[in-house]
Design a protein around this ligand. Structure first.
Ligand code: SF4
Ligand code: SF4
Length: 178
């Protein structure tokens, strides 16, 4: 079948209009204003416009959503029952689960639970889909690595003990009591 090309008629861009010129000047004015303010601030000894990372950290917004992590129960096991719903719900297909059988009351467990963080977009849909509250969005965002392989997080890396887990929801509750 021949490929059909549909031509769309669009008005030519009006880059020479006076409105475009005003927008450019307004943008330059904002940049210049900040430059001058920071320059004078620096001369007077003010340094609060620069964050000396990693010694200093940003105060992140309460609604910050970090990387997804797996909840580790008190007995050391994962809460996940390898139902695969998060894998199904993930829009970027970055979760990979291989279930296995177990003798305990939790019938199945994930023998392999990998998340490719290079593809994760921190959307939180896995958290929403999980019926066991076994995968939650943490406030961890410092996950850069030196290699592509380092971005593949395995179950052992993802497990966080329940007691140490401070999720976005907990943070919001502690800040706003809701
Ligand atoms: S946060 Fe979104 S993209 Fe990342 S693993 Fe969960 S569902 Fe997938
Ligand atoms: S994390 Fe939740 S949704 Fe994903 S496989 Fe485990 S129990 Fe199912």
């Amino acid at each position: 079948m021949a490929v059909q090309v549909k031509k769309v008629l669009r008005p030519p861009p009006q880059i020479t209009s006076w409105r475009s010129g005003l927008a450019i000047i307004a943008g330059l004015w904002v940049t210049t204003r900040h430059l001058i303010a920071n320059l004078f601030g620096f001369i007077r000894g003010r340094q609060d416009f620069t964050v000396y990372y990693p010694e200093q950290r940003f105060l992140h917004a309460p609604a910050l959503r970090g990387m997804p992590v797996l909840v580790q129960m008190e007995n050391g096991r994962e809460r996940c029952v390898a139902c695969g719903l998060c894998e199904w719900a993930c829009p970027t297909s970055c979760i990979c689960i291989f279930p296995a059988e177990t003798d305990s009351e939790v019938e199945r467990y994930p023998e392999i639970f990998d998340i490719d963080m290079t593809r994760c977009m921190f959307c939180g849909l896995c958290e929403e889909a999980c019926p066991e509250e076994a995968i939650v969005m943490s406030r961890q965002i410092e996950i850069s690595t030196y290699s592509r392989g380092g971005s593949l997080w395995h179950k052992e890396d993802l497990l966080v003990p329940e007691s140490r887990l401070r999720t976005r929801i907990d943070f919001l509750r502690s800040q706003y009591g809701r």
